[in-house]
Ligand binder design. Structure first.
Ligand SMILES: [Zn+2]
Length: 231
């Protein structure tokens, strides 16, 4: 079985590629550049992840997507929300993480990316698209949910000749379980970049940084990225 993977270099996509590589032949990883703040870091780290696994890396630029979105991930005049650990706790009001998700939402981003990757998968006769969608983010991002994966499988059964399927090994997992499973699969987490911002070191305060930090703390291990960066 062969697969193509979506790779942003975030914790989830790096974990997903490592887990998928245990049983599948990964043909290629695709990283999308839509003008996001962290784009440079994501591309550099994704390249290192691909070198680690010895797989082809393709970068696809989506200039038009950066033009039509007002998301804070692209718009430097908009604020990426800073959250506390209390803000991401289950007991916190849902409005906080809903507002954060809204601030970083990009119009149909996962839909666009999956459909582009689906075209590559069909052309190379690959059976699967590997993604890092996960249970924790599905709470505020419906395009990370199991229902969405099923809907895309259904759509691909019409739009691809070989019936490409979405493989989401983390779909039921929270971030703590993802960290544990990623380490078991020997994922190169020292080259995973989760921060919504770019730069040399992660900000530590955006929702993505907070969720990652909480996951490593709960898993009882140090973050290999922070160790490598000497933080
Ligand atoms: Zn951050």
């Amino acid at each position: 079985m062969r697969a193509i993977t979506l790779l942003s270099s975030g914790l989830d996509s790096v974990a997903a590629i490592a887990i998928a590589a245990e049983s599948l032949d990964i043909e290629m990883a695709i990283t999308f550049d839509y003008g996001q703040r962290a784009g440079k870091s994501e591309i550099e780290y994704s390249r290192k992840v691909c070198e680690y696994f010895g797989i082809e890396h393709r970068i696809i630029t989506l200039d038009w997507l950066s033009e039509i979105t007002t998301t804070s991930l692209v718009n430097m005049n908009a604020n990426v929300p800073s959250l506390s650990f209390e803000d991401i706790d289950e007991t916190a009001p849902a409005e906080i993480t809903e507002a954060s998700a809204k601030a970083v939402w990009v119009p149909n981003r996962n839909g666009v990316m999956l459909n582009i990757a689906g075209a590559f998968a069909e052309s190379r006769e690959c059976d699967y698209l590997v993604v890092g969608f996960n249970g924790e983010e599905a709470g505020t991002f419906p395009d990370n949910s199991f229902a969405y994966v099923q809907a895309m499988d259904n759509a691909f059964s019409y739009s691809t000749h070989n019936g490409v399927m979405v493989l989401a090994p983390l779909i039921k997992l929270g971030k703590t379980e993802i960290v544990k499973r990623a380490l078991e699969a020997k994922a190169p987490l020292e080259y995973s970049w989760s921060c919504y911002h770019g730069g040399k070191i992660p900000c530590g305060e955006c929702e993505s940084c907070r969720r990652r930090a909480r996951a490593f703390k709960n898993a009882g291990v140090k973050d290999p990225l922070l160790e490598r960066l000497g933080i």
